[in-house]
Design a protein around this ligand. Structure first.
Ligand SMILES: NC(=O)c1ccc[n+]([C@@H]2O[C@H](COP(=O)([O-])OP(=O)(O)OC[C@H]3O[C@@H](n4cnc5c(N)ncnc54)[C@H](OP(=O)(O)O)[C@@H]3O)[C@@H](O)[C@H]2O)c1
Length: 323
């Protein structure tokens, strides 16, 4: 099969398309023909060796959708040809992938495979953020960083469905439309962390109930500045800048901080199917939209990384390993 392989950690140029041995499904596994692989910002971290790919050479990518090509021993409930989607399975930027059947989410007949692939990482992440990390009530206000991005668009839409007010933050004027389309009530443009005064002005000086910040160290303390009393910082961007050091007594106004990691919130098959099922239901009802803005053949994986790191993309980027 063909796959995007990292042989040494580094910039986008280390992503090479190679012939790679077909994965072998072991007991409890499925072998899947990959139709779409999701590009996630975290993949840029894996590419540089940020603790996520332990050894190289390795096939990059953790998310996708495809069709079951073979069913391993001791697997029930799946048949060849079934459409499935997955997340947190390394080796997704490839034409085939083997995965524990427990991690395969059956795709409902009325959900296209590209939509399912685009929903898994960013949709599930946003879903547990807004249902567990900071479950805002109707009328409460959130600041959402990178509101036109993959996770940001999903967080914005899901908060609006809860009746919250969303102040979106984007780095460029041209992203305002995408953030507004996701439902943001107000959209601020700033690429250098200059948003504190404007957020406070929009909230009568009180600040917001929650900040959703994947922007890393560069925005960490400013996100805290705009929280109201007992507000919650949902922090999830360790890849950009230095990881901040926090001294408990420096935290103001009894605020709460959570570094929300997918695997802690969605740690069982039941939870995986429950969160995914709710997202598919909202898509089916037309309440949640998936905005696929870039589709790349395997050969263009490096360009996809250049694009997502450029801060120019919005919505979801997919690789199509069949091209
Ligand atoms: N903890 C978890 O379980 C979890 C799960 C999924 C994703 N994440 C994290 O969530 C964040 C968003 O991921 P995503 O896949 O949805 O990507 P994305 O938001 O589509 O793209 C990244 C966005 O980050 C913003 N950004 C801020 N500073 C940046 C910088 N110095 N360089 C590049 N981009 C910068 C940009 O938006 P603006 O230009 O508008 O600021 C950019 O569009 C990432 O930090 C990712 O690692 C965490």
């Amino acid at each position: 099969m063909r796959a995007v392989v990292v042989e040494e950690f580094g910039g986008p140029e280390v992503l090479k398309v190679k012939d790679w041995p077909d994965p072998e499904p072991g007991p409890g596994d499925l072998l899947v023909d990959v139709d779409f692989a999701g590009i996630n910002f975290m993949d840029t971290g894996s590419r540089v060796g940020f603790g996520l790919v332990g050894e190289v050479p390795a096939v990059l990518g953790v998310e996708g959708a495809g069709r079951v090509a073979a069913v391993g021993e001791d697997v029930s409930g799946f048949a060849v040809g079934d459409r499935v989607a997955w997340v947190s399975v390394f080796g997704s930027y490839a034409q085939k992938i083997a995965m524990p059947a427990d991690q395969a989410v059956p795709i409902p007949d009325d959900i296209p495979s590209d939509v399912a692939a685009a929903t898994m990482m960013q949709g599930l992440t946003a879903h547990h953020f807004v249902t567990e990390s900071a479950p805002l009530a109707e009328g409460e206000t959130a600041l959402v960083h990178a509101a036109a991005g993959g996770v940001g668009r999903m967080v914005t839409q899901l908060l609006k469905l809860r009746g919250a007010r969303v102040i979106g933050l984007v780095s460029r004027e041209e992203k305002v439309t995408a953030a507004k389309a996701a439902g943001a009530d107000e959209v601020l443009v700033s690429s250098d962390g200059d948003f504190v005064d404007r957020v406070l002005a929009l909230t009568d000086g009180e600040g917001v109930h929650a900040v959703f910040d994947g922007g890393g160290a560069n925005t960490f303390w400013r996100s805290i500045e705009v929280l109201r009393r007992v507000g919650t910082l949902v922090y999830y961007g360790p890849l950009i800048g230095e990881i901040p050091t926090v001294r408990m007594f420096d935290l103001p106004r009894s605020i709460r901080i959570t570094y929300a990691v997918f695997a802690d919130h969605i740690h069982s098959r039941e939870l995986l199917l429950g969160h995914a099922g709710d997202l598919f239901e909202k898509i089916r009802e037309g309440k949640l939209s998936v905005d696929i803005t870039g589709r790349y053949p395997l050969d263009a994986a490096a360009q996809a990384h250049i694009d997502i790191e450029s801060r120019r993309t919005s919505g979801k980027l997919l690789l199509d390993p069949r091209r």
